[in-house]
Each structure stands twice: as C-alpha cells, then as structure tokens.
Design a protein around this ligand. Structure first.
Ligand code: HEM
Length: 452
C-alpha cells in the first residue's frame, strides 16, 4: 500500500484495498466486529497490516516484538499526543495519557507518590467501604444489569479516592453525572461521528458538560490550596505536589484529574463485568474462586492486605480476564521517525498502533487462545511468558500508573459481591463488545442474584 508523504510515495504493510480512502465501511466493520476484523487481517497479512479508516491509514503492529519496540526500546520515537486518541484531548486535556517527552516525564514524577504501595493500601480501605455499601443496596432475587452497577461503583470510588468528594453527596453526584455524560461522547457512536464538529454535534454537547465540570474542579482546587494540611485524596496531593521546587498549575491539576478519572473508572468497571461473564459460564472456576474467597476471608469484611498477600486464584482469574478482554485494547501512536519491523520499513509520520487484544489471542503465545483458563497465570507459567506477550496495562516507561489501583479495585469489588451473592447469567445473552474508548459488554450483563 502506498502512502504519500511530502510528495513521495512510501510503501506501507499490506491491507485490504477494497475500501475507499475516506472509509466509512472499515470504521463500521471495526465498530461491529473489531476482534474478528483484526484477527482476519492478521491471518491474511501477518503481524503488520494497514487499514484505512477515519480518512487515514493506520498500521496495526501485532505481537511481542512490536509491543517491545513501541512501548519499551524505542518509545520516544512514538508520540501519543499526535496519535489517534488525541481525540480525547477536548475532554481530558493534557494529562499523563496525552502528553509526550519532558511534559509527560515531569508529570509522571509529580504523580508517582499518589500510586506508591502505602497509598494504594489506604485507598483499598475506602474501596472496600464503597463496595460494601453498593452491595448492601442489592437484593437477592433481583435481576440486575451488572456493568451499569460496576460503572456507578467505580465512579463512586474514584469520586472518593481521587477527588475526596464523597461528601457533600450532591456535589459528588453532580460531578459524576456530568463526567459520565461528557464521556458518553466517546461511547457507542461510530468512530466517524467523533470527527463531526459544530453546534448541535455530539462534541458540542460534550463541551457543555466539560464547562460544568471545570467550574466544580476550579472551586475544589481553590478550597484545597487554602487548606495547607491537605486531605487524603489524590486531588489534595496534586494541589500540594512539588518536584524540584515546581508545582502543578491549576489547569494541569484539572487535566491530570480528568485523565485519572477517565483512565481509571471505565477500565476497572468493564474488567469486573467481563470477569463475571467468564466465571458464570465456567462453574468450575466460579466454585474454586468462591472456595478461595470463603476460606481466606472467613466471612469477614476484607482489608486491602488480603488482596496483596493472598487470594492467588483471584489474581489468576483477573489476569486471564484481562488477557481475553484488555479494556484499553489498542495503543495508537504517531511514528516520528522511519523504523523497521517485521521486514517492512515504515516511514516517519505514520499512524501506528499496538494491539493487546489481538496479541493476547495468538496461539503461539497462548495455546487454545479462546479458552478461558486461569491456569495460564500460575506464577511459574506467568513468569515464563515472553516479554511483550501480555500487555493489558501497556509496558515500559508509560505503563499504566494505576495498575495496582485498578487490580486492587477489581479484586475488592469481585470478592465483596461474591461474599454476599451467587451470580447467575440471565440465559440467552450474547456479549458483543463496545470498543470505544474501552472494551466493555455493549448491551450490559443481566444477572440474577441469589443470597448465599
Ligand atoms: C483494569 C484497569 C486498568 C487497565 C486495564 C488499564 C490499562 C492501561 C493501559 C493499557 C495503559 C497504556 C496505554 C498505552 O500504552 O497507550 C494505561 C495507561 C494509563 N493508565 Fe491505566 N488501566 C487501568 C486502570 C487505571 C487506573 C485505576 C488509573 C488511575 C487511577 C489509570 C491511569 C492510567 C494513566 C494515567 C495512564 C497513562 C500513563 C502514562 O502514559 O504515563 N489506569 N492504562
């Protein structure tokens, strides 16, 4: 496939040529069956292939070698900010996700203390409290939609731990509602609608929610800065963080906070929803996990330490869930330099992406890849995995800063729910994935609760 850059034609890896350049059809195909589409082209063209959608070429690079190159060895040659997900900037601004180079590295240094193990342990206590509260609102016999519930809970946890806005409740509620509505811009619509602008468009509606959120955050920042001792939440830490005599500006605090909320709540909520779709269809796994939770927690309310030091099978189940459904399933970048991979020379200024979802389903890395088998993640087998084979949290210097936070939250919510109820899937459901911005069950997960 030829790409014109500065008037010269360059070769790109092959790909389907039947789609016109400003391809609606490819966007639609990716929207309706993303994994099937990508697996098909991987089989047809190999680990590097080019698709045309959103009016431009995107080179998909599959497998550990690509993951290592983009994420670890040559990561500075691949820009996030100029990549496809720069579409997120009107909502989340210039936070850790969407910046590059010195700006990114400085912010990562300032944010790091919020994710030190001791802090994560203290967040764990609050995660347990919120999860217990939310599960107390559920009744045995109820038929309910699990993914909506995990999403609301994840936003509550984020409101508490990240914003410190559990009280007053109406303010936290106001914030959560506008955040969800603003984020809804990226949900469910065809990728193409992301390109539409102007009055009445989805984007202009999203911006109205952003304005309301910005007002609340600006007031919160002023309040926290006027209170030098600081509270426990990540927002307090951002307001008072200093590295080499520098502090974040107000705009930076807002952008980092939105980024953490965006990157942190949807991913975790989807993970728990997928986990239950998998274990409910594998009663042997469900039973073994239930036994582990019952034996280790002995019916008491869990503490954060239970999840760091114990519950190894829960850890394996979570890892296998994230193999099959890595919520942040692709990592778009913009190649700043020409580079070689898989026998191709790819020119500078090309959109490229790594893709954990496809890499995690390669049979040479994960035999019988469609099978749900937590045993793949026994400590010995996990350690033996090739570098770059398993990347649900990315890898390298830009690896997910919230990895421990997200894992802990997913484990807590799962265990608290399983301690109280036995979950059963309402029969006859299919679980196609919604893919933008994260993989989640498109039509939700209907479950019936039985009291244990
Ligand atoms: C199961 C839960 C989660 C998953 C699967 C996940 C996945 C990921 C992945 C794959 C990346 C790298 C993206 C790339 O290479 O382009 C990433 C980055 C990031 N994640 Fe997460 N994440 C999760 C939870 C969280 C949480 C709870 C937070 C914050 C509270 C968070 C904050 C971030 C941030 C700020 C980045 C950007 C890091 C950087 O570029 O330096 N994530 N996440």
């Amino acid at each position: 496939m030829k790409l014109r850059i500065h008037g010269f034609l360059h070769d790109l890896p092959p790909g389907p040529t039947s789609f016109p350049h400003f391809s609606y059809a490819m966007g639609k195909q990716l929207h309706e069956n993303p994994l099937g589409t990508l697996m098909k082209y991987y089989e047809e063209y190999g680990p590097a292939f080019t698709l045309r959608f959103l009016g431009q070429e995107m080179v998909f690079l599959i497998g550990p070698e690509a993951n290592q190159k983009i994420l670890v060895t040559d990561y500075r040659d691949f820009s996030w900010e100029q990549g496809l997900l720069a579409e997120l900037i009107p909502f989340i601004g210039y936070g850790l996700l969407t910046t590059d180079d010195d700006e990114h590295d400085r912010a990562r240094k300032l944010l790091a203390p919020a994710f030190y193990p001791a802090r994560i342990r203290s967040y764990g206590q609050r995660m347990v409290a919120r999860a217990v509260e939310a599960s107390q609102e559920l009744e045995a016999g109820d038929l309910f939609e699990l993914h909506g519930w995990t999403r609301r809970l994840a936003l509550k946890i984020a409101g508490d731990v990240l914003l410190g806005m559990d009280t007053p409740k109406d303010r936290a509620q106001f914030f959560a509602e506008h955040f969800e509505k603003g984020l809804g811009y990226y949900d469910g619509y065809f990728w193409q609608t992301l390109l539409m602008r102007g009055p009445g468009s989805h984007q202009s509606r999203m911006k109205r929610h952003v304005e309301k959120l910005d007002e609340v955050i600006a007031e919160e920042i002023d309040t926290r800065r006027a209170w030098p001792e600081g509270g426990e939440a990540v927002l307090d830490l951002l307001c008072h963080a200093e590295a080499d005599g520098e502090r974040f500006t107000k705009r930076e605090i807002r952008d980092h906070l939105f980024t953490l909320l965006f990157a942190g709540h949807d991913t975790t909520a989807a993970t728990v929803a997928w986990l239950f779709t998998l274990i409910c269809r594998h009663p042997d796994v469900y039973d073994r996990l239930q036994r582990e939770i019952d034996e280790e927690l002995e019916g008491r309310e869990p503490g954060a330490d239970d999840f760091f030091d114990g519950l190894p099978y829960l850890d394996m189940v979570l890892k296998e869930t994230l193999r099959l459904y890595p919520p942040a399933w692709f990592g778009p970048r913009f190649a700043r330099k020409e580079f070689s991979i898989y026998g191709y020379r790819i020119p500078a200024n090309t959109h490229v992406t790594y893709c954990s979802w496809v890499t995690h389903r390669l049979p040479q890395l994960f035999p019988d890849p469609e099978a749900f088998n937590p045993e793949r993640f026994s400590e010995k087998r996990y350690r033996a995995l090739e570098s770059g084979a398993y990347v649900p949290f990315g890898r390298g210097p830009r690896t997910c800063i919230g990895m421990r936070f997200g894992e802990l939250e997913a484990k807590i919510v799962t265990a608290v729910l399983m301690q109280r109820f036995k979950l059963e899937l309402f029969p006859g459901q299919q679980f196609p994935a919604r893919t933008v911005p994260t993989i989640s069950p498109r039509y939700g997960v209907q479950v019936r609760l039985r009291r244990r």
